[in-house]
Design a protein. Structure first.
Length: 255
């Protein structure tokens, strides 16, 4: 397992936050902080901010992502946005299967798979979220559950397409709670996901897969989490809304 084989990716998940002027201001503040990043940097913004974010990041090293997409190309799906629509705008990334979508919007492993397929077909890079609820951890089924989520999400995904998959391990009990997984817990599950990839594909595929940790990662705890051998970056919610904090996490990932 060689961490040097893969690039760390630090992605901000803004969730349902920021108006367009606020989005522009945050990105302008972030630009100089990200300019010398030793990792890939992405901001996943609300749909309404995509155009603003694309304009503000043009010519910079900051990638832009959405937080969901539908699995159909077009049609009668009121309120939905297709992967092709995102791609046409110039969006590079999309978060798929975030636990908030699973909890509040009836997302299942099967629809996560469909959305992943659609995003790959459109040419996007997918930040694929997996993670257990507190109850799952207490019941000792974290490994089985996360393996299941990973396997179903990747159904029909080819070996070649894995270069456009980033997996984000996000224990649900750590999201927005201020309760971070210990670096050992994060590393254990990220390593287990890597083993699942090795079994589904091969060892080289597993060694090359970027696997992030997410869940209350912040400027203070990032360095310790990111130093773990199987943790290749972070998906950051709350702390991505403040440029200095997000900048500090980017710095920690570059070390
Ligand atoms: P948090 O969110 O950093 O606010 O815990 C992470 C996420 O939901 O991606």
């Amino acid at each position: 397992m060689n961490k040097a084989l893969r690039k760390a990716v630090i992605a901000g998940n803004w969730k349902m936050n920021k108006t367009r002027p606020e989005a522009k201001a945050l990105i302008e503040e972030l630009k100089p902080l990200a300019a010398n990043a030793g990792c890939d940097v992405v901001v996943c913004v609300p749909f309404t901010n995509l155009e603003t974010a694309l304009a503000a990041t043009a010519g910079t090293n900051i990638g832009v992502g959405a937080q969901n997409c539908h699995f159909k190309e077009s049609g009668a799906y009121t309120g939905e946005i297709s992967a092709a629509m995102l791609k046409e705008m110039g969006v590079g990334y999309v978060i798929i299967g975030h636990s908030e979508r699973r909890q509040y919007f009836a997302e299942t492993n099967e629809t996560v798979n469909l959305r992943t397929r659609a995003a790959l077909d459109a040419g996007l890079t997918v930040i694929l979220c997996v993670g257990e609820m507190l109850e799952d951890r207490e019941n000792g089924i974290t490994e089985e559950l996360v393996a299941l989520q990973t396997k179903v999400a990747l159904k029909g995904v080819t070996r070649e397409e894995l270069s456009r998959i980033i997996i984000a391990y996000e224990p649900v009990w750590a999201i927005g709670t201020g309760k971070t997984a210990t670096s050992a817990q994060a590393n254990e599950v990220c390593g287990m996901i890597r083993k699942v990839i090795a079994k589904l594909y091969d060892q080289a595929a597993a060694d090359g897969m970027t696997i992030q940790y997410g869940g209350s990662m912040n400027a203070k705890n990032a360095a310790e989490l990111l130093a773990e051998p199987d943790v290749d970056g972070g998906l950051i919610g709350g702390a991505s809304l403040k440029a200095p904090d997000f900048g500090a996490i980017i710095d920690a990932a570059g070390k």
